[in-house]
Structures are given as structure tokens and as C-alpha cells.
Design a protein around this ligand. Structure first.
Ligand code: NAP
Ligand code: GLV
Length: 318
């Protein structure tokens, strides 16, 4: 039997490599599939793969056995009307965990080693030839990192930070047992987790429980001067509170990959802030080959009636 799979991506050019990779991976597992790129469509598709889906695509595929997202976060998808009984399966890692580890370690080390300070001093004083000024050495051991969200991505980041000598605290809904990581579980432990941390990294999914979680009261509890890294979603953060705490010196700065409004408007105060490093929501991108292989394995498992990982719990919204 030939599986019928519907696929939509915001960029039509991006859809073709996905179609090729998924066809190849399914064939390697002995499954034959026909993949339609939206707005081409089947009358009775088996599965749908979405990134940046619109309501029209979802309405046309209400009968599928499962909906696969091509990313880790499902907050965008859950804003739409997705039938409550339709299983949503997200990417688990898909090549993103290693990229997140690179991003967070880079941002944390850049701050600890004060590379940002050196870069700006060397530039601003170039005309006068001054500021050839090594600063007092600082070590990762002096900067305990608190990771909010110890899932597929956060747990990998924790390992990578430990390898550089950072003490690591992890906060998640349920406490974890990860060697060398001080684990904090649930809301009751959030204050203790924040007070034990100096660099805060947000790796949470965006849900009704986590929206606006990172506000003045929470950031104020970090050891000072602290630092903030956001690689999750912009709406986790009350931006005005973050700016105020950087300007007051409670936080030394921030590295931000995600924003409440994307693309970040040219006039936004983050844009020109000397102590905020910005990237355009690119901390970790889904890698097609790894992810197509993962999805192909899950489709074959579902066809055999087996359960698969990455199933979104609709009551928790992640
Ligand atoms: P995941 O595996 O689902 O992990 C989520 C973690 O957050 C889990 O440890 C979970 O706790 C914890 N959590 C959820 N709600 C919580 C709450 N209310 N209180 C405390 N902890 C809570 O997700 P992931 O694959 O690691 O991805 C995390 C997020 O990264 C995505 O949702 C997405 O927003 C973001 N992301 C960003 C980029 C980028 O380029 N910037 C790329 C990929 C992903 P439990 O373990 O107890 O369930
Ligand atoms: C990207 O932000 C993702 O959630 O995969």
C-alpha cells in the first residue's frame, strides 16, 4: 500500500528537500509513499507534516492519523484550530540539541570571558590606540547557570555547559536525575532555583503556564550581576522588565534569539542596546536529514500500531 502524506512549509523551496528526504527515508524502511506539497492535496491523506501551517491546510487534513510538526515548539500550531483528537507529534532533537549547546555555551563563555567587553573596547579606542587592557580573569565556576526547561534540548545544553566547568541547575515541571546537575522540579522550587543561578537560560516551551514567566520579580532573584539567554520564545519574557534590570546593572546583559515580535522591529530598544546580543531566531534549526529519518521511523511505527515519542500532551500544551 502506498502512504499518502501531505506537506506544507512557509517556503515552497524548502518543501522539496523535505519531500525528497522523507521519501528516501521511508523507502529505506520498506514503506512506499506519495507526498503532496500543499496546495496539491489528496482526498484521504494518511499523515500531514506542517511548519507554519495555516488554518486552510489543517481544515483540509482533519482526517489524518497524525500531524507531524517540523520543529520542536508547538505554540504556533496550537493557536490554530487543531481537532482535539488528532495526535500532534513534534521533532525531538532533530539536530537541534547540538546547535543549542553551541549557542548557549558560546553566549555564556562570551559573557564570562568578557569577549564582548574586549570587542567593544578595541573598536571604540582604535583611533587612540588605547584600551589594550586585559581584565581580571573570571572562571565558569563563578557563574552557576540555571536552565529553565530540561527536555530534549535543555538536558543536552546542561551537559555541554558542565564540560566547560559551569555549575548547572535545571528547572522543569518534574525534577530530573542528571549526573552533576542540581535539579529543581515545579513552581514551588522556582525561587530557590533562581537564587542558585547567575546566568539564566530559557529553554521552555511557550504554554499558558510559561508565558510572561520571566519578569522583574523572577530576574531580580538571580545572583547579581547576572546574565540572561533566551533561546525559547519571546513571549516567555516581559521585555520592559528585562531592559530595566539590564539598565539598573542587576543584569550585565543578555543574548536573545527570540522576541515577542519577529522579525524584531528596527526601532525596538533591544536593537541598539550595547549589552544585548541579538540573533534572528536561529539558535537551532531543524536539520532535514535527521528529522526526516525520525519522522519516517515514527510513521512506520504508527502503521504497525506502536506508540512513538514526541506526542504532544494537549492538556499541557507541549
Ligand atoms: P521538551 O523536550 O518538551 O522540553 C520542555 C521542558 O520544559 C521539559 O523539561 C518540561 O518539564 C519543561 N516545562 C514545560 N512546562 C513547564 C512548566 N510550566 N514549569 C517547569 N518546566 C516546564 O522541549 P524541547 O524540545 O527541549 O524544546 C524546548 C523549546 O525550545 C521549544 O518548545 C521551542 O519553544 C524552543 N526552541 C527554540 C528554537 C530556536 O531556534 N530558538 C529551536 C528549537 C526549539 P518536564 O520534563 O517535567 O515535562
Ligand atoms: C523552533 O523555534 C522550533 O521550535 O523548532
Amino acid at each position: 500500500m502506498k502512504l499518502k502524506i501531505a506537506l506544507t512549509c512557509p517556503d515552497a523551496d524548502a518543501a522539496k528537500p523535505w519531500r525528497n528526504a522523507l521519501t528516501t527515508q521511508l523507502l529505506a524502511l520498506g514503506a512506499d509513499a506519495e507526498i503532496a506539497l500543499w496546495p496539491e492535496r489528496f482526498a484521504d491523506p494518511d499523515y500531514a507534516l506542517v511548519w507554519g501551517a495555516g488554518q486552510g491546510f489543517l481544515d483540509a487534513h482533519r482526517g489524518v492519523k497524525a500531524l507531524f510538526t517540523l520543529g520542536a515548539g508547538v505554540d504556533g500550531l496550537l493557536k490554530l484550530d487543531v481537532p482535539a483528537a488528532m495526535p500532534i507529534i513534534r521533532i525531538e532533537d532533530g539536530g537541534m540539541a547540538a546547535q543549542m549547546a553551541e549557542y548557549v555555551c558560546h553566549a555564556a563563555l562570551r559573557h564570562v570571558r568578557q569577549f564582548d567587553v574586549y570587542e567593544s573596547a578595541m573598536r571604540t579606542s582604535a583611533a587612540g590606540g588605547g584600551a589594550w587592557q586585559p581584565l581580571e580573569p573570571r572562571r565558569p565556576a563563578q557563574f552557576p547557570v540555571g536552565i529553565m526547561g530540561m527536555g530534549a534540548l535543555g538536558s543536552r545544553v546542561a551537559q555541554a555547559l558542565q564540560a566547560f566547568g559551569f555549575p548547572v541547575n535545571g528547572w522543569s515541571r518534574s525534577a530530573k536525575e542528571i549526573p552533576g546537575v542540581a535539579s529543581f522540579g515545579g513552581e514551588a522550587s522556582l525561587d530557590r532555583f533562581l537564587q542558585a543561578s547567575r546566568i539564566l537560560v530559557c529553554m521552555l516551551p511557550l504554554t499558558p503556564d510559561t508565558r510572561d514567566l520571566i519578569n522583574r520579580a523572577r530576574l531580580q532573584q538571580l545572583q547579581s550581576p547576572g546574565y540572561f539567554i533566551n533561546v525559547a520564545r519571546g513571549a516567555h519574557v516581559v521585555e520592559a522588565d528585562l531592559l530595566a534590570l539590564i539598565d539598573s546593572g542587576h543584569l550585565a546583559g543578555a543574548a536573545l534569539d527570540v522576541f515577542r515580535e519577529e522579525p524584531l522591529p528596527a526601532s525596538h530598544p533591544f536593537r541598539a542596546h550595547p549589552r544585548i546580543a541579538l540573533t534572528p531566531h536561529t539558535a537551532a534549526q531543524t536539520l532535514i536529514d535527521e528529522s526526516a529519518q525520525q519522522i519516517a521511523h515514527k510513521i512506520v511505527a504508527l502503521e504497525r500500531g506502536e506508540s512513538v515519542g514526541g506526542l504532544v500532551d494537549r492538556s499541557r500544551a507541549y
